[in-house]
Design a protein around this ligand. Structure first.
Ligand SMILES: Cc1ncc(COP(=O)(O)O)c(C=O)c1O
Length: 345
């Protein structure tokens, strides 16, 4: 399906430039959730039916980022998905994180300060250079949520491999518009409510087979069992051999809205979505007299932006006077023009 064919599947009010905060559901995801709500209210649907959607979403995510579904765990949010990884690094480990990093890939490391884990922050553009012998972990977002800066993924991976450091990526602001190979990293966490246009409460972690050997599944419950349905009660511990041992039990209704959204992203194609998004972002920048940046998220300084955008009904994030605008598959030239008229006119 191409973008023009797909766009009627969304119904945004004009001026939604804030997918970096949350994405809007496509019709198949929206309708699936509505049907699930009806079944829930009447007690008509066995939970096992909703649960099938979790596996369906896991498989779609694995295809989107080029890994085996057996290497993907499901969870609810980024810091939860990364917490077992951080808990597994040795006492006194040295971790590098960009100084702009969103807290969900920073706090999980900082909470280990009492056992000597040291976190150094450097500008996002300097992460690869900061990796030195003695670095144990390099943790960063593929696309920074505050600025839209795209990380030098392969340079960082090369630097990390040279010193044997673990590579931990938060691809939440990338997955769905920026093609990338998750298997280059050791760990990649993604929550689906932004660029994967799903309800809040669903996320994935690629956990490579080698790294899994080093991580204790500290949140394991029945859903992490090898056979989920015979894992409800009693010992022994019988965890899944695959990355499912890191699963937490799923927020059913959210997963119902996640699987169709991911499959639609696959159907349209991440390359096509990325090209569309970046073209709109660059058009927005050009309208403000600024050069292209080739990211779906851009930030600009415009005096009085908050009031001007609000008056025009444009919803973008404004923080400390900076406008963060983000552009996705359902964004159109009209949305960009609305914002430019408000900011430049
Ligand atoms: C880069 C990034 N990661 C993660 C999140 C969400 O974090 P969590 O899933 O831990 O709530 C956000 C939200 O803005 C984000 O920008």
């Amino acid at each position: 399906m191409d973008i023009v064919e797909a766009q009627p599947l969304w119904q945004p009010d004009p001026g939604w430039l804030n997918t970096a905060s949350y994405g809007l559901p496509p019709r198949p995801g929206w309708e699936a959730v509505q049907a699930a709500l009806v079944g829930w209210r009447a007690g008509r649907t066995p939970w096992e039916v909703w649960d099938l959607e979790t596996q369906r979403a896991r498989e779609s995510f694995a295809r989107l980022v080029g890994v085996d579904a057996a290497d993907v765990a499901v969870g609810a949010q980024v810091s939860q998905l990364l917490a077992p990884v951080a808990a597994a690094i040795p006492d006194g480990a040295s971790v590098i994180v960009p100084e702009e990093e969103f807290a969900s890939n920073l706090f999980p490391w900082l909470v280990h300060a009492d056992r000597g884990v040291r976190v150094s922050t450097v500008p996002a553009s300097e992460v690869a250079d900061a990796v030195k012998p003695g670095t144990d972990v390099v943790a960063f977002s593929l696309v920074q949520s505050a600025t839209g800066e795209v990380a030098a993924y392969s340079d960082i991976v090369t630097a990390a491999r040279n010193v044997g450091a673990l590579v931990v990526v938060d691809a939440t602001q990338a997955c769905g518009w920026l093609p990338f190979d998750a298997a280059l990293a050791d760990v990649v966490a993604v929550v689906a409510y932004k660029w994967l246009m799903s309800p809040r409460g669903t996320g994935f972690a690629y956990l490579g087979p080698e790294v899994r050997e080093r991580i204790r599944p500290i949140a394991a419950g029945w859903y992490a069992g090898e056979d989920v349905h015979t894992s409800y009660y009693g010992p022994p511990l019988r965890l899944a051999r695959s990355a499912r041992r890191f699963d937490i039990s799923p927020a059913w209704l959210s997963w119902v809205g996640t699987a169709p959204a991911l499959e639609l992203v696959e159907d349209i194609g991440v390359d096509a979505i990325g090209a569309h998004n970046v073209a709109l972002a660059n058009r927005f920048l050009a309208g403000l007299g600024q050069p292209s940046r080739d990211s779906a998220i851009v930030t600009v300084d415009v005096p009085g932006a908050e009031e001007r955008l609000a008056a025009a009904g444009v919803r973008a994030a404004v923080r400390a006077g900076r406008v963060r605008a983000s552009f996705h598959v359902y964004t159109s030239d009209r949305d960009v023009d609305l914002a430019l008229d408000a900011l430049v006119g």
